[in-house]
Write a protein that binds this ligand. Structure first.
Ligand code: ADP
Ligand code: MG
Ligand code: ZN
Length: 461
């Protein structure tokens, strides 16, 4: 049977604020355990939360960047559960009234609708070592946004493209650093199967996927598991599962909790979050050009192919680098090729845009050939010297001066009377031999195009 895969993602992104969501503690990663803590994030009795305005700014920025409607009034709520990394016994999140709703992310031909983007705080961390479990509360109270999609994603590959696009957008807008090793970006995948035209199937939620590879492998495993189950006449149980990258499988963690299990209620220690139009417009005005728009512009204005454009907008740094080289060299296509094939290999900071632009212009005006250009590039990457100086130092400059080439061609013609006769007698293929002799005469440094036309002119004139 043709089971159709249905996926909805819940992505958690740590906001790039200096301090926590409801207190002044630092959010810096990697500090010694329990040094960035205070009565608020340690949940001392009587300590009260104070909202971080910058976190609201950043959450709104991502909301607006993805076409959401920012709600003028949203509400924090307590999500109650017990876990040793959660000192208050509840997480402050948003439930019935999220900060942003609607919106969509376009990935190629496909549009994934967003359900909501809301603000919440992170929990602490448990460290399990030598048979003991220790609690580090540095992360407790760190601001997060959760970006919840509609179940519009149809495959593991699509899920990973969507997640990647979100990461790009979060990094372009400087809402999140996108660092998945440090846990700045994690995702839960909801996966179900159904037959086309039928209601959606029962879903399974796979928690805490922190790499693109794990996300797609977990989904692939889950699709296969559910397919076998359904084909065998079984039923999918709604539950939360964990992915084990070593065994490449998902395993049940707990049965799915329902919203009412969390006893959500409005957070009594905080006022409703109110934003006004001027604030929203101020945030909107600060949003930079986003990857999808930039890619479209690179295709439209600079003539790049969709594949080239997508690679060049991977990050803002790469896109900025490309634009500089394209503008300075006047040759976007060549700039794109050099960056894709060579600059990304050696790193963006190795060769400055003006140096690469100069190299491209030297090729374009025939000062150096393609092989010499590659050699100069590698030299530039290690020496940082200007391409003209390298060409000079290594004797790689190409001769394009027709006068010098003509003199050499005349010598070649004088020495090869037989072949010249043959050519003039109509044996066109001898031309290649004569060009070869000319290149040899010029020790390989003649500009091939000029050499060809000068020689032809002399033979036919
Ligand atoms: P909960 O509040 O229990 O987390 P939601 O209804 O808010 O559940 O949905 C959470 C995520 O699950 C959303 O991203 C949504 O798109 C996705 N989802 C909902 N139903 C399905 C389904 N049948 N198959 C796959 N994903 C689903
Ligand atoms: Mg959820
Ligand atoms: Zn604190």
């Amino acid at each position: 049977m043709a089971w159709e895969t249905v996926i909805g993602l819940e992505v958690h992104a740590r906001l790039l604020t200096e301090s926590k969501m409801f207190c002044g503690c630092s959010t810096a990663f990697g500090a010694p355990p329990n040094t960035h803590v205070c009565p608020v994030c340690l949940a001392y009795p009587g300590a009260l939360p104070v909202m971080n305005r910058r976190a609201v700014d950043l959450a709104m920025r991502m909301g607006l960047a993805s076409g959401c409607e920012v709600q003028l009034r949203s509400q924090f709520a307590r999500k109650n559960y017990f876990y040793p990394d959660l000192p208050k016994g509840y997480q402050i999140s948003q439930f019935e009234r999220p900060l942003a709703t609607g919106g969509q992310i376009v990935i190629g031909e496909k549009t994934v609708r967003l359900r909501r983007i809301h603000l919440e705080e992170d929990a602490g961390k448990l460290i399990h070592e030598s048979g003991r479990s220790l609690v580090d509360l540095n992360r407790s109270g760190t601001p997060l946004i959760e970006i919840v999609s509609e179940p519009d994603i149809g495959s593991a590959a699509e899920a990973s493209t969507y997640f990647n696009r979100l990461r790009q957008m979060l990094m372009y807008t400087e809402v999140c650093d996108g660092n998945m090793e440090e846990g700045s970006l994690r995702c839960d995948a909801n996966v179900s199967l159904h037959l086309r035209g039928n209601p959606l199937g029962t879903r399974v939620e796979i928690k805490n996927l922190n790499s693109f590879r794990f996300l797609s492998r977990a989904i692939e495993f889950e699709v296969e598991r559910q397919t076998k189950l359904l084909e065998g006449g079984g039923k999918v149980v709604q539950e939360t599962r964990l992915f084990d990258p070593n065994k490449n499988e998902t395993r049940p963690m707990r049965t799915k909790e329902e919203a009412h299990d969390y006893r959500y209620f409005p957070e009594p220690d905080l006022f409703a979050l109110e934003v006004d139009r001027p604030w929203i417009e101020k945030v909107r005005a600060a949003i930079p050009e986003l990857p999808a728009t930039r890619s479209a512009r690179f295709q439209r204005e600079l003539g790049l192919t969709p594949v080239d454009a997508e690679i060049l907008v991977t990050s803002r740094e790469i896109a900025d680098y490309f634009e500089k080289v394209a503008r300075l060299s006047g040759n976007p296509k060549s700039a794109s090729n050099w960056i894709r094939n060579d600059v990304l290999r050696v790193g963006l900071t190795t060769i400055t845009p003006p140096l690469l632009a100069t190299l491209i212009q030297m090729i374009d005006r025939g000062a150096i050939g393609g092989k010499a250009a590659k050699e100069i590039f590698e030299d530039m990457a290690s020496s940082g010297e200007e391409p003209e100086r390298i060409a000079e130092r290594k004797g790689l400059a190409q001769v394009s001066d027709p006068g010098a080439i003509r003199e050499a061609a005349q010598r070649v013609i004088a020495r090869n009377e037989t072949q010249v006769e043959q050519y003039r007698g109509g044996k066109a293929q001898v031309f290649g031999f004569l060009v070869g002799q000319l290149m040899k005469e010029m020790r390989g440094k003649a500009n091939a195009e000029v050499a060809n036309s000068v020689l032809r002119e002399l033979l036919e004139g």
